[in-house]
Ligand binder design. Structure first.
Ligand SMILES: C[S@@+](CC[C@H](N)C(=O)[O-])C[C@H]1O[C@@H](n2cnc3c(N)ncnc32)[C@H](O)[C@@H]1O
Length: 218
């Protein structure tokens, strides 16, 4: 699962992870992050998520990173947004005014100084998109890019032997291993969600637990 894998996924239209409506957990629990309007949010591995727009409409400044040029183009075209583009450090930086910026390129190559200060992070289908051997690096990079930020994290948990990822199963123990050095971890919500996810059931998964966490800097 490298960046080539994801670009190919977008090119062949295998984007079953994309949701046409705002993530239900985001709408329901975001206020628990207690971030004031005007705060700067970072959305790693953002795809063309409509959640970016929801956060923008809630009054935040939003910065995402996404490796697939197709995803980024579809995001702006699909939402009738005209973006300014410029090449910066091997990335293409898309901006709409001062409040919406998407960096098209590899998350692991992002420079923290380019990103600016981040108050909050929204991670849905990002950590769990990565295989186990990449998740430590992902979490460490997030700490580097957004030190001190409150992280709103949505995970999936299922029996990994029933289906190869992505998305991968990430359990509570792993969230603790990845983030407890720097963050206080609060599990805000969990639910059995196999009923609403027939594409997992079709692949042989019999139980799928969605969990929502808030990670707050110690
Ligand atoms: C499972 S999708 C989730 C997208 C989005 N978070 C959502 O909820 O729809 C993971 C996304 O991460 C992108 N991605 C994977 N590795 C990346 C990397 N190293 N840098 C930037 N984007 C990456 C993929 O192209 C894909 O769009």
């Amino acid at each position: 699962v490298d960046t080539g894998f994801w670009k190919e996924r977008w090119e062949s239209g295998q984007t079953g992870f994309h949701q046409d409506s705002v993530n239900i957990h985001l709408e329901r629990f975001w206020q628990k992050a207690a971030l004031a309007r005007g705060a700067h949010l970072f959305v790693p591995l953002c795809g063309k998520s409509v959640d970016l727009l929801w956060l923008l409409e809630e009054g935040y400044r939003v910065t995402g990173v996404e490796v697939s040029p197709l995803a980024v183009e579809q995001f702006f075209e699909g939402n009738n947004l005209m973006a300014r583009t410029e090449k910066v450090d091997g990335f293409i930086r898309y901006s709409v005014g001062d409040d919406l910026i998407l960096w098209c390129g590899d998350y692991f190559e992002l420079d923290r100084l380019r990103l600016g200060h981040i108050d909050g992070v929204y991670d849905r289908a990002s950590l769990i998109a990565l295989p186990p051997e990449m998740r430590g690096r992902y979490a460490a990079k997030l700490q580097e890019l957004a030190p001190g930020a409150t992280v709103f994290l949505v995970t999936l948990e299922y029996e990994q032997s029933q289906m190869p990822g992505p998305p991968f199963s990430v359990g509570h123990d792993e969230v603790t291993t990845l983030y407890s050095d720097s963050c206080h971890i609060e599990e805000v919500y969990s639910e059995e969600a196999i009923g609403e996810n027939p594409r997992f059931a079709a692949r042989g998964v019999d139980s799928l637990v969605e969990r929502v966490y808030l990670l707050k800097k110690r």
